[in-house]
Design a protein around this ligand. Structure first.
Ligand code: PMP
Ligand code: GLN
Length: 379
């Protein structure tokens, strides 16, 4: 078979979670909580199922959920998206990103991404016939270099894909970053795809900078979020996009043919659940406590912890423990130390290895404590 993705293997998240399971290791690799969502959410799903809401939802998503999303986005970011034409419920952020790229990138177009980059972006662009242009983010603070971005923008640049708070580096972009992005895309036809799945997980008083809160960027952006991260339900695979009407019309042309629509009773339950804004507003404090607990648990260990300003990830250098490549180290760590992590080289097209691994701290304190005890033993 002549592969359309000849250099792509199985995603690292699947590889590491599988290995963790085989070895009985504590799985801090793939990002997902090991605690449950609230019972009331499950009751709402059961309610809507029993009430007979088990057939296809409208293409754009159930109206109550679209209304709840529009209310939330306006409340937090000040932009009022039109409920009919400017919001679509998706099968998670992954589908949203893939659909946005498929709908807007033509063969030969260039799409700028920031490396380390979430692993689904590159293949989506390549399948659309686009060329991936990779801007490098450098440890330890992984800030974007806007001078390089300016130099990379040209007549073929069709799209810029951004992600703040950022997976895997846990950096959070500033208002100035968005101002720079706005300046560089002014008077161009460039579309911004803004992956904001960790929008509600920012630490130390920082404020999430949404493209939806920046009128000039909002006018050219497809903003993506995911209920998986916000409500501890990554397995439900429900997310959404908001975008101006012309962009959304193109998005929906593809959406209708790659999923058509998303699980009906779950959408209705999420609409009910979103009515309490406290739930997403408390998330930063909830995860900051976990970040602090995990970092404190590793104090004195031989890992060098990089800053974590948002997301539920913590990067660490392990050079004091091993000089192996990060993939080899993660394999060893899972098998021999009983803790699974993600090698950050997996987020680089050329496998750039900086001796950095990613831990997920979206876990119960008992899980984090057990992991820290094992990690403390590595000398
Ligand atoms: N983008 C980023 C940056 C992510 O971390 C994730 C989830 N790991 C996704 C997209 C995909 O989200 P979903 O599970 O809703 O498809
Ligand atoms: N986004 C999650 C992570 O970064 C994993 C999602 C997936 O497995 N595709 O770990």
């Amino acid at each position: 078979i002549e592969s359309r993705l000849p250099t792509v293997g199985t995603t690292i998240f699947t590889v590491m979670s599988r290995l963790a399971q085989e070895c009985g290791a504590i799985n801090l690799s793939q990002g997902f909580p090991d605690f449950n969502a609230e019972d009331v959410l499950f009751e709402r799903v059961a309610h809507w199922m029993r009430a007979g809401f088990n057939q296809y939802a409208p293409l754009a998503g159930c109206l109550p959920l679209r209304e709840a999303i529009v209310r939330k986005v306006e409340g937090l970011y000040g932009t009022r998206y039109d409920v009919e034409h400017e919001v679509t419920v998706t099968a998670g952020a992954t589908q949203a990103l893939f659909t946005a790229v498929s709908a807007l990138v033509h063969a030969g177009d260039e799409v700028i991404v920031f490396e380390p980059v979430y692993d689904s972006y590159g293949p989506a662009i390549e399948l659309a016939g686009g060329t991936v242009i990779r801007m490098q983010l450098r440890a330890p603070d992984y800030r974007p270099d806007w001078v390089s971005v300016a130099a990379a923008i040209g007549p073929r640049t069709r799209m810029i894909m951004i992600n703040s708070p950022h997976n895997p580096t846990a950096t959070v972009w500033s208002a100035d970053d968005l101002a720079q992005l706005a300046a560089l895309t002014r008077n161009t036809g460039i579309v911004v795809v803004s992956d904001e799945v960790y929008e509600h997980i920012v630490f130390d008083g920082a404020v999430h900078q949404s493209c939806a809160a920046h009128p000039e960027l909002a006018a050219r952006s497809i903003v993506v979020s995911s209920f998986g991260k916000t409500y501890h339900i990554t397995g439900w695979k429900v997310g959404y996009v908001v975008a101006p009407r012309e962009l959304m019309a193109e998005f929906r042309k593809v959406h209708q043919f790659n999923v058509f629509t998303v699980n009906t009773p779950v959408q209705l339950a999420l609409a009910d659940y979103m009515a309490d804004a406290g739930r997403h507003l408390q998330l930063s404090a909830f995860y900051q406590a976990k970040r602090d607990y995990f970092r404190a648990g590793l104090s004195g260990a031989r890992f060098e912890l990089l800053p974590s300003g948002g997301t539920y990830f913590q990067l660490a250098r392990y050079g004091a423990i091993s000089d192996q490549p990060d993939g080899v180290f993660c394999d060893w760590l899972t098998r021999e130390a009983g803790v699974a992590a993600i090698p950050v080289s997996a987020f680089f097209a050329d496998g750039r290895d900086e001796g950095v691994i990613r831990f997920c701290f979206a876990k119960n304190e008992s899980t984090l404590a057990a992991a820290c005890e094992r990690l403390q033993k590595l000398r």
